[in-house]
Design a protein around this ligand. Structure first.
Ligand code: FAD
Ligand code: DHB
Length: 389
């Protein structure tokens, strides 16, 4: 087989890129290790920046998102026994949207299938060959049969555990990582959200977040030790812990019910450099991970896709390789800023096991400064709604 761009990974990054390329008449084939149902069952991100919304619209898949997504003009921060609000629209003129990653992925799959775009599921043993030459190719097996696709470029959109990043030799690759000493226990429940807006809470018992997917679907998280197992947490224990960490008026009106999903995610900051090696480009979680505080995971994947899509368009439609050559540098400049924001927000809102009294005072002072300073709120809002591409 031959195509112009092989996309390894059928998560949001890979699907979005394939759909954007299709709109510009550039051919691609997506290789996904799992089944479509498996990819759709992963409950992950919930908050989309304008940049991501615009890309979805540009890819021709924004209609359901615009009809069903919830526009959020601000967020609540609860700490030190009080709650204050940061108004994104007042500070930056820009809101964010609540629309789940599951829905994003579903819309992208539907559009790709409707357009007759090729997605190969259940691929095994993907190997990227000759990425440093002008004629790369990718091999893989499905049901034991080996396949080969020759191509011009390979987009590595295969997440943190994929093969693309590891294709870049160790001698070329630098990795930067920070592991946080806690995780997030998250639940999904078919109950109305406790508030119209998100509540980020720093409590003496640890961080908690009240989020949502729609008017009858809530997403809640509590910080937990890395040694905890999901099975140790009954629904009753989760609701009890959440109520103890959020403001009293929210706890009093919280509607609880059976959870329909429960999982623990570790928190990590990670960046690999460079994000390009010859004709192989890394996008999204294949290249970087942020701790979830601040909802930057999916949104940073989107900015990579924006840069790569424009670079490929320039290559094929305008005959310029400026975008291709500058991809890694351009993408990383924005990624590091999102890494900084996620790291800052994680430090601001969590309780660390080795936190001294001095550290706690610093955290309280930072929160008080954020509450009282217009400038600090503008900085927070500017980052939360997404830095420009
Ligand atoms: P992925 O979604 O990981 O997709 C990669 C795809 O590649 C997968 O479908 C995988 O099956 C496939 N793949 C992997 N290896 C291969 C291979 N060798 N061959 C073929 N295919 C392969 N972000 C937020 O903003 N908010 C959140 O609340 C949030 N929660 C999260 C919870 C968890 C448990 C995790 C893991 C992430 C969370 N994120 C969150 C981050 C966000 O979901 C990711 O940033 C986003 O999914 C990145 O998309 P991606 O397409 O780059 O990678
Ligand atoms: C969600 C996750 C986040 O990490 C965040 O900062 C906001 C919302 C969510 O899953 O809804």
């Amino acid at each position: 087989m031959r195509t112009q761009v092989v996309i390894v990974g059928g998560g949001p990054s890979g699907l979005l890129l394939s759909q954007l390329l299709l709109k510009s008449g550039i051919e691609s084939i997506v290789l996904e290790r799992k089944t479509k149902d498996y990819v759709l069952s992963r409950i992950r991100a919930g908050i989309l920046e304008q940049g991501m919304l615009n890309l979805m619209r540009e890819a021709g898949v924004g209609d359901r998102m615009d009809a069903e997504g919830f526009v959020h003009d601000g967020t609540l921060i609860a700490a030190n026994n009080e709650t204050f609000r940061i108004d994104f629209v007042q500070r930056t003129g820009t809101p964010v949207m609540v629309y789940g990653q599951t829905e994003v992925t579903r819309d992208l799959y539907e559009a790709r299938e409707k357009a007759g775009g090729k997605i190969v599921f259940n691929t095994d043993g993907v190997v990227i060959h000759d990425a440093k030459t002008d004629a790369p190719y990718v091999t893989y097996t499905v049901d034991g049969t080996e396949h080969r696709i020759d191509c011009d470029f390979v987009a590595g959109c295969d997440g943190f555990h994929g093969v693309s990043r590891k294709t870049i030799p160790d001698s070329v690759r630098s990795e930067y990582e920070k592991i946080y000493p806690f995780g997030w226990l998250g639940v999904l429940s078919e109950t109305p959200p406790v508030d119209d807006e998100l509540i980020y809470a720093n409590s003496p018992r640890g961080f908690a977040l009240c989020s949502m997917r729609n008017a009858n679907l809530s997403r809640y998280y509590v910080q937990c030790p890395l040694t905890d197992h999901v099975d140790d947490w009954t629904d009753a224990a989760f609701w009890d812990e959440l109520k103890r960490r959020i403001p009293e008026e929210a706890a009093d009106k919280l509607i609880t019910g059976p959870t329909i999903e429960k999982s623990i995610a570790p928190l990590r900051s990670f960046v690999t450099e460079p994000m390009q090696w010859g004709r192989l480009f890394l996008c999204g979680d294949a290249a970087h991970i942020v701790p979830p505080t601040g909802a930057k995971g999916l949104n940073t994947a989107a900015s990579d896709i924006h840069y790569l899509y424009h670079a490929l368009k320039e290559h094929y439609l305008e005959g310029s390789d400026e975008g291709i050559d500058g991809y890694s540098q351009k993408a990383l400049l924005r990624i590091w800023k999102a890494e900084r924001f996620s790291w800052w927000m994680t430090n601001l809102l969590h309780r660390f096991p080795d936190q001294s009294d001095f550290d706690l005072k610093m955290q309280q002072a930072q929160i008080a400064f954020l509450r009282d300073s217009d400038a600090a709120q503008t900085v927070m809002a500017e980052n939360y709604v997404g830095l420009p591409y």
